[in-house]
Design a protein around this ligand. Structure first.
Ligand code: PRP
Ligand code: URA
Length: 211
């Protein structure tokens, strides 16, 4: 797997179980959302292992001891729509995080990303920014979202996705070599419509019932 210097493939038995639920074409919208949320929790735990902490003194009921707090502001940025389904799981584990939003939709024919909405917190230059999007297919949407975040001053970005394709990983590696991609699965390839194989279909449509 070290073929990709920017990929951190997260391995966990519960991820494999939930990815099976997500991939199954017969999984309904409710179960799909629940499994997506659980996978996002595991990704959030894995990514947050790298967070730095500052120490300070606190008083327990018995004596003084060392307390810890996150040393850096965390900003979560879901790519609309499918990225929205990852936000709450991340916020449960990192409740102090701020949340920005980026609206990007692929043109179904050209597969080029079309952006329609941006809103991010101020001062993201000092934050650790975590881009959330379950699917990294051609990488066009992810690369465009990272361009936007860097143009707004972001310096430290991580990309959290569920399923990545080799083409998407390579695209991010070439355009944003500083960005580490965390993924729950690296799939085989893309089909001629830009869908990941074996994949799980259209994550936004399956989450929101717009199939
Ligand atoms: C999906 C997905 C990513 C993008 C990945 O969004 O959530 O944003 O496609 O494809 P890419 O790597 O080839 O750019 P989509 O455009 O379907 O929008 P939606 O979430 O609103 O359905
Ligand atoms: N977007 C999705 O939701 N799924 C894919 O397989 C590719 C892009």
């Amino acid at each position: 797997m070290q073929e990709y210097s920017n990929l951190n493939l997260v391995e966990h038995p519960l991820l494999q179980r939930d990815l099976t639920i997500l991939r199954d074409k017969d999984t309904d919208q409710n179960l799909f959302r629940i499994a997506l949320r659980r996978v996002s929790s595991i990704l959030a735990f894995e990514i947050s292992k790298g967070f730095k902490v500052d120490t300070f003194e606190i008083e327990t009921p018995l004596e003084t001891t060392t307390g810890y707090k996150l040393a850096q502001e965390i900003v979560l940025v879901p790519v609309l729509r499918a990225g929205l389904s990852m936000v709450n799981a991340f916020l449960e584990i990192i409740p102090e995080a701020k949340v920005g939003h980026i609206g990007i939709q692929r043109n179904e024919v050209t597969l080029e990303p079309i952006d329609y909405y941006y809103k991010t917190p101020k001062n993201i230059d000092r934050a650790k920014v975590i881009l959330l999007d379950p699917m990294l297919a051609t990488g066009g949407s992810g690369a465009a979202a990272l361009n936007f975040l860097k143009n707004r001053g972001a310096v430290e970005c991580i990309f959290a996705c569920l399923v990545a394709s080799p083409q998407g990983i390579r695209k991010i590696e070439s355009v944003h070599p500083d960005v580490k991609v965390y993924a729950a699965a690296l799939d085989r390839t893309l089909n001629d419509k830009g869908y990941i194989l074996p994949g799980l279909g259209d994550a936004g449509d399956r989450t929101f019932g717009t199939l």
